[in-house]
Design a protein. Structure first.
Lengths: 291, 325
C-alpha cells in the first residue's frame, strides 16, 4: 500500500492543569504568564496515532499544522523530534480573537492550500477551552466524514479506515471512507518520546520569522538543509474571506470574564454539624470550585 | 430518554416562558413510536420526530443533516444539546454549517441584554452562555449577538428536570426523513459496539474525592463514590485504603501511586503520611475530613472538618443537590 499523507492539527496551550498555588496572584486569580506553554496533551495522543499509521504504512508523511503566535513553532519542533516530517505555522494578527468557528475556518482554508491529504488527526479538545469543537468544524468545512473520541486505528486500507472510539460507557468500531478526520481521546496511547536522531536533525529548525530575528545566522544552515525551514502561512496564503476571520468572523463573543478566586490562607476549621458542612459547600459553590 | 435531554427541556421551557416563545424539541432515531409521551409533559409545544431504521445507532452525518435542514426551516433563536459524546460530536458540525456559534459545557443559561458600545447597538434578550474556561480558573459569559441559533451544550446533572403536566398540549411533527438525508450521509458505518466499564482517569480529574484507612469499610467507601458522582469527580485512595481492599490499586495516590494536582482534593479519613502528601500536596484546595483533629494532613488543608465520614459525606451530597440545580 502507498504511503498516506496525514495532517495533524495541534495547538500550543497554557498548562491549565497545573495551576498550583505558585501560579496564583495575590488577589487569588491565575497568573497566566506563569503557566508554561505546552503541546496540548490530546494533540500529542493525535500525533502518536498518526505515527503508528506511519509505522504500519511505509512512505506515510506527517505534517503538523498549528495556528498561533510565532512561539507556537515550538510545538512543531517538538513534533519533528518525535517523528513528524514537517510542519506549518499558520500565524497572522488577523486571526487574533478567533472563536472555534473562525479558527476552524482558517485551518480549513490552510488545509485546502496544502494539497492532497488522506487523513486529518486532531486531539479531541484543547485544555485551555475544553470545547472539542475545532475538529468537527474543520471536518464540516472540508465536507469530510468525522469520527470523534478515537483511541486506535485498527485497519487502514486503500480507501477506508477502521478505528475504535471510546464513549462514556463503551467502545465502537467504526469504518469510514478516506479522506476523513478523526479526533483522538486522552485514553489513546501516550505519545512516544523524542528520538535522539530527530532531535539532532531538527534542533535548528526555524520559521522564516525566527530566522530573521535570530542572533545566530541560520542562513547558511537553512540553505544547505531546506528541511530546517518551518513553513509559515499568513492570511495572504490561504485565500480567506476577511469577514470570516478573527473577532469579526467569530459568532460567539465574550461578554464577561470572572476570575475564580482561590484563597490561600490558614485552614478553616469547621464542625461536622450541619452548619459547618453547609458553610463549606456554600463557599465552594460560590467560588465555582464545584458546581 | 437520556436525563440530560429532560433537563434541557425543563431549562428550555423556562427560557421560552421568559421570551414568550414556543419550546420545540427534535428527536432523531429509530423505533420512536410513542416517544412524545416522554417528552411533551416537560412543556414541549412541538416535537419534531425523525424516525428511520438507518438513524440508529448514531452517526454524525445523517443526524447533522437533519438538524441543519430543520434549523434552516424553523429558524430557532436558541438550540440546546446535551454535552454527551453525541452532543459534542454533533453540535460543532451543525454550528459550523449554520455559522451560528456554539458554547460547550455551559453551567448556567440566562436571558439578558447586551450593549455593544463601539457599534452603538443594543441587543435585547440574548442567551447568556456561562461556562468555566481556562481549566476552571475563569468563568466566562459568552453571547452570540448576531448569529442564530444561539447554540449551547450542557452536561448531564447541571440543570434540574421537572414535568410541567402529564396532559401538556404539545403537537408532534413527523419528518419525512428521506427529504433530510441523502445516501451519501451514510458512508460511515458502525461495525461493532459493546459496553465497557469506563477507564479510571484520576490524573485528569479536576476534583478528587480520596479515601484513607479511616474510611473504615468498603461500604463507607461507596459514599465517596456517591459524592464523586454528584461533583463530577474521580475517586482516589491512600495506600492504606488500597492495602485494606477498600479501593483498586489504580486509584492509589502518593509516592508509589499517582501524583495529582487537582483544583480540589477532598481527603476523607486520610491521616496524611508523607508518602501520600507527596502525591497530592500541590492540589489548589484541600479539604480534610477526619475524626482525628491532629491528623497530619490537616496541616496542609484549606478546610478541616472534624467528624465521622459516614455522617459528613451524605450531608455534603444533600447540600450540593439542594443548592446547585
Amino acid at each position: 500500500m502507498k504511503g498516506l499523507k496525514i495532517i495533524v492539527l495541534a495547538k500550543q496551550v497554557p498548562d491549565t492543569r497545573n495551576v498550583g498555588k505558585d501560579a496564583m496572584k495575590a488577589d487569588g486569580t491565575v497568573n497566566r504568564g506563569a503557566l508554561p506553554a505546552i503541546f496540548n496533551p490530546e494533540d500529542l495522543n493525535a500525533l502518536e496515532l498518526a505515527l503508528r499509521v506511519k509505522d504500519k504504512v511505509p512512505g506515510t508523511t506527517i505534517t503538523i499544522l498549528t495556528m498561533g503566535p510565532g512561539r507556537a513553532a515550538e510545538i512543531i519542533r517538538e513534533g519533528l523530534y518525535r517523528g513528524a516530517d514537517g510542519g506549518i505555522l499558520l500565524t497572522d494578527r488577523a486571526f487574533a480573537g478567533s472563536d472555534t468557528l473562525a479558527t476552524s475556518y482558517a485551518l480549513a482554508q490552510a488545509i485546502r492550500e496544502m494539497g492532497h491529504f488522506d487523513l486529518i488527526v486532531a486531539g479531541r479538545q484543547a485544555i485551555d477551552g475544553d470545547t472539542a469543537q475545532v475538529g468537527p468544524q474543520v471536518a464540516e468545512k472540508l465536507h469530510l466524514p468525522q469520527v470523534t473520541y478515537v483511541e486506535e486505528v485498527l485497519k487502514i486500507e486503500k480507501s477506508t479506515i477502521t478505528v475504535r472510539r471510546r464513549l462514556d460507557n463503551g467502545v465502537e468500531t467504526v469504518q469510514s471512507p478516506l479522506p476523513m478526520l478523526v479526533t483522538v481521546n486522552s485514553s489513546a496511547p501516550e505519545c512516544r518520546s523524542r528520538n535522539v536522531k530527530m532531535l539532532m536533525k531538527y534542533k535548528h529548525a526555524r520559521t522564516i520569522t525566527e530566522k530573521q530575528e535570530a542572533t545566530e545566522d541560520y542562513t547558511h544552515l537553512c540553505d544547505s538543509r531546506p528541511f530546517l525551514l518551518i513553513r509559515e502561512m499568513t492570511v495572504n496564503d490561504i485565500k480567506a474571506e476577511a469577514e470570516q476571520l478573527g473577532l469579526t468572523g467569530s459568532p460567539t463573543k465574550v461578554k464577561k470574564i470572572d476570575n475564580v478566586v482561590l484563597q490561600a490562607k490558614d485552614a478553616k476549621k469547621l464542625s461536622g454539624a450541619d452548619e459547618g458542612i453547609n458553610e463549606l459547600m456554600r463557599e465552594l459553590i460560590e467560588s465555582h470550585v464545584i458546581g | 430518554m437520556s436525563e440530560v435531554s429532560l433537563e434541557l427541556l425543563t431549562k428550555g421551557r423556562s427560557l421560552a416562558n421568559q421570551l414568550s416563545c414556543l419550546l420545540e424539541a427534535v428527536v432523531v432515531g429509530s423505533g420512536l413510536k410513542g416517544i412524545e409521551k416522554q417528552i411533551i409533559p416537560y412543556g414541549c409545544d412541538v416535537l419534531h420526530v425523525a424516525d428511520d431504521p438507518r438513524l440508529e445507532p448514531y452517526t454524525t452525518m445523517p443526524h447533522s443533516a437533519i438538524l441543519i435542514k430543520l434549523f434552516n426551516e424553523e429558524k430557532p433563536q436558541i438550540a440546546l444539546m446535551g454535552a454527551t459524546p453525541i452532543g459534542r460530536d454533533l453540535g460543532p458540525r451543525v454550528s459550523s454549517a449554520l455559522h451560528s456559534g456554539l458554547t460547550a459545557d455551559c453551567t448556567s443559561l440566562e436571558i439578558g441584554d447586551h450593549e455593544d458600545k463601539k457599534a452603538g447597538q443594543v441587543y435585547k434578550d440574548l442567551l447568556y452562555q456561562i461556562r468555566p474556561a481556562f481549566g476552571g480558573n475563569i468563568i466566562a459569559t459568552i453571547i452570540n449577538p448576531d448569529c442564530r441559533p444561539q447554540m449551547a451544550t450542557v452536561r448531564e446533572g447541571v440543570m434540574k428536570k421537572e414535568k410541567v403536566s402529564a396532559s401538556y398540549p404539545g403537537k408532534v411533527n413527523q419528518l419525512d426523513v428521506s427529504k433530510y438525508v441523502s445516501d451519501l450521509d451514510f458512508v460511515v458505518r458502525i461495525i461493532e459496539r459493546h459496553t465497557e466499564k469506563k477507564k479510571i482517569n484520576i490524573k485528569g480529574a479536576s476534583i478528587i474525592v480520596s479515601g484513607g484507612y479511616g474510611v473504615g469499610s468498603k461500604e463507607n467507601f461507596k459514599l465517596l463514590y456517591d459524592l464523586a458522582a454528584v461533583l463530577g469527580a474521580e475517586v482516589g485512595a491512600s495506600r492504606a485504603a488500597v492495602d485494606a481492599g477498600y479501593a483498586e490499586h489504580d486509584r492509589q495516590i502518593g509516592q508509589t501511586g499517582i501524583t495529582v494536582r487537582p483544583k480540589l482534593y477532598i481527603a476523607c479519613g486520610i491521616s496524611g503520611q508523607v508518602q501520600h502528601r507527596a502525591g497530592m500536596e500541590e492540589s489548589s484546595q484541600i479539604i480534610s475530613i477526619n475524626s482525628d483533629i491532629d491528623a497530619p494532613i490537616n496541616s496542609i488543608a484549606d478546610y478541616v472538618i472534624t467528624g465521622d465520614i459516614s455522617e459528613i459525606v451524605p450531608k455534603m451530597i444533600k447540600y450540593y443537590k439542594q443548592n446547585t440545580k
